[in-house]
Design a protein around this ligand. Structure first.
Ligand code: 13P
Ligand code: SF4
Length: 301
């Protein structure tokens, strides 16, 4: 039996379902039951009938799935697949900013630990941040942890006053404006599509800014034939399979998230066999961190 056949057989036997982010390896995307961006996957996670979720992504994704589905078993193929940005904010800073403003919402990018979500009012993803921030009654927005996405959302919602935090995604931060400009000089007809986690200098050059699925949808619907892709290279698998006639270019310093790539077929098979790497969230943490996640699902609906 091949490893893929073994995974499929065990999945049936164990009543398991595989969720995967667009940034994981192509062979993992191929065996997933659901593939998507963070927002899609968080919605899907609330509607599954299977008892076990194997989450091929990074820790905050598995943690969010567990928080929203406490009765389910959530397994991560690799417990070390963590998002560095998820830790780039401090609870003390949240408390301090709260004490400085009466009319404040703490808006927490879903790329954050449950401990940070616990101190936040609402979660957002790159797919719904603009919509949700616009709808919030508060004038002042403390956006954690990502400074780049915060600046982008602020540019789209000028009526709000933003307080910034200094977190960032190391993978998107690697993308340099000079590098993108060089690719554009070689392919002047190509459109630049960028994830909101990129630096402002990239977003200002971009023809489209959005989430991972926003980029895929934009490219698929566009009449343009060439694109310079400013996000994690894993998205290229879906871009190419969905748009075989279009051409994609990437910055020379290819944006690769080493944590997303820790998800392999061998590790998926291992956790399905052994039940190892189960995600646990304490009851108290789950109760408090569930509120901003549920508020996101309600406001973004
Ligand atoms: P989206 O899935 O919301 O596009 O975010 C990208 C990301 O960095 C996930 O870790
Ligand atoms: Fe975190 Fe960036 Fe990797 Fe996404 S791509 S998991 S934000 S480090």
């Amino acid at each position: 039996m091949t490893i893929v056949e073994e995974i499929k057989k065990l999945k049936e036997e164990k009543d398991a379902v595989i969720l995967a982010h667009y940034y994981v390896r192509p062979e993992v995307q191929e065996i997933a039951d659901y593939i998507g961006d963070s927002f899609y996957l968080s919605k899907v996670a609330t509607k599954l009938k299977e008892q076990t979720i194997v989450f091929c992504g990074v820790s905050f994704m598995g943690e969010s799935a567990k928080i929203l589905n406490p009765e389910k078993t959530v397994l991560m193929p690799d417990m070390n697949a963590d998002c560095p940005m998820a830790h780039m904010a401090e609870i003390e800073t949240i408390k301090k900013v709260r004490s400085e403003y009466d009319d404040l919402a703490v808006v927490c990018y879903i790329n954050s630990t449950a401990a940070l979500k616990e101190y936040s009012d609402v979660c957002v993803t790159s797919a719904n941040a603009v919509k949700i921030v616009k709808e919030l009654p508060q004038k002042n927005i403390f956006f954690i942890p990502d400074r780049n996405l915060a600046h982008y959302v602020a540019s789209q919602v000028p009526e709000k006053n933003f307080v910034y935090n200094n977190g960032f995604c190391p993978t998107h931060e690697r993308i340099e404006a000079e590098d993108v400009a060089n690719v554009k000089a070689q392919h002047p007809d190509a459109q630049i599509v960028a994830h909101g986690e990129c630096q402002e200098s990239i977003l200002l050059m971009a023809d489209y800014v959005g989430s991972t699925s926003g980029i895929i949808n934009y490219v698929t619907e566009s009449d343009c034939q060439e694109f310079i892709v400013c996000t994690e290279e894993g998205v290229g698998y879906k871009l190419k399979t969905q748009n075989p006639d279009k051409t994609f270019y990437y910055p020379d310093r290819l944006p690769v998230c080493p944590n997303m790539k820790k998800n392999t077929l061998e590790k998926i098979l291992h956790v399905l066999k052994t039940g190892e790497n189960e995600v646990h969230v304490s009851d108290a943490l789950r109760e408090n961190s569930k509120k901003p996640l549920e508020k996101m699902l309600e406001l973004a609906a």
